[in-house]
Design a protein around this ligand. Sequence first.
Ligand SMILES: *Cc1c(COP(=O)(O)O)cnc(C)c1O
Length: 477
Amino acid sequence: MKKLQTAQSFQSAVPSTHSILGLTAISELIETHGKALVTDAVRSALAELRELLSSIGDAALTETRESAVTLRIENHLAHLVDVSLMPVINLTGTVLHTNLGRAPLPDEAIQAMIAVAQGASNLEFDLETGRRGDRDHHLESHICRLTGAEAATIVNNNAAAVLLVLNTLALRKQVLVSRGELIEIGGAFRLPDIMARAGCKLCEVGTTNRTHLSDFSNALEPRTAMILKAHTSNYKIQGFVSTVPEKDLAKLSKSADIPFVVDLGSGSLIDISQFGLPSEPTVRKTLADGADLVTFSGDKLLGGPQCGIIAGRKGLIKKIKKNSMKRALRVDKMTVAALSALLNLYNDSKRAVQRIPTLRLLARNEMDIIVQAERLLPIVATPLKDVATVELTACQSQVGSGALPTSALASAGLAIRPLGNKRSKGAALIHLSKAFRELPLPVIGRIHEGAFILDLRCLEDEDGFTQQLSSFGISHL
Ligand SMILES: *Cc1c(COP(=O)(O)O)cnc(C)c1O
């Protein structure tokens, strides 16, 4: 009973919300952040203080001082106004990292986004006639010129593109797909599920490793509405394998009078074998081989904003644009602006490789990265000298986002190994990688065979990376 009374008397040491809101320091916070937010922060801080007093009693009394309470409130406020999404430095070696936002945009695309973000634009307005326009109009002619397609339309991402194509052209009908192509692309994109959601009936043909043209022709029936080929972008089946060439599938679908659709995934506009990567089918080649429609992502090898592009026959695109689902999946003005600026860069493929960060990073040669690693080694090693060793290391960068999963690009980086005995090293490594993530511009690397590895292929903002290393005192480590 006595104890309870004591706890209650400590509680009376907690100032009231009202008295706190009258303090000068707090009215300054209200000026900046507004009364509602500051009041929330005050309430949370005081609740925390009450809890502290009831658990540790007079040991917490210093926390009831005005300066301590103010600090507590400021901390709560910082949490409330904290912007969660922020830039990071991608040193994972995966150029198109889905969790790190995929393609970095070229300056031209960023400027175009700023220009339309600031005010009104002619997004769906025809300046010549003064009538209503079409947002696809800003992109369609570029896409057609670069791919040889007759028409094109844009949606939010390639998953949406596939969904919309299926729903428009094969609702309640059958779609033929090879068993070797029933893909899952992380993040719950599974072709059979998308097909069900689109209202189509999946008809699997052939086997996992071998599918022949006759498998497709035998499966054709009056209910068949489409042949779909999904580019197996994130895995490879090797050995006793057979797939049907696109040209043959195109011929068969033509004879059956149904569309042949190719989900290309990455869908490059240029030949990426120039970067030492295996050749991937370009959009132009796939259409030239007879695909009636292709779908591909804007933020994979294309190197642009997140979107899905559907390109191909005019009549089919027209039907797709009439589907009311298109309205639900359409892109915003910023995407239209960024994509249109990006596509402009592709008119000169040499300029594209220089100006589009994704292509520029894939094209970086190993020697250039080694020189950078040598330059950075002492700068990284100095603040870490008491806790870790830093060495040059060879790296194998990847394209990422499921593209070319078995291909690697020779690269270089830094291997950081904590000092200390073997048992404590695992924990030290985790601690080290966390310290890098806690920098003002978080640095994301990867842990591999007892070292924290920073692959430098994607490091373009070298100053941004190095300037903050001094702020990374030993106290972090
Ligand atoms: C990546 C990919 C998708 C999904 O594209 P998002 O733009 O991520 O929605 C679909 N199909 C294939 C073959 C892919 O590689």
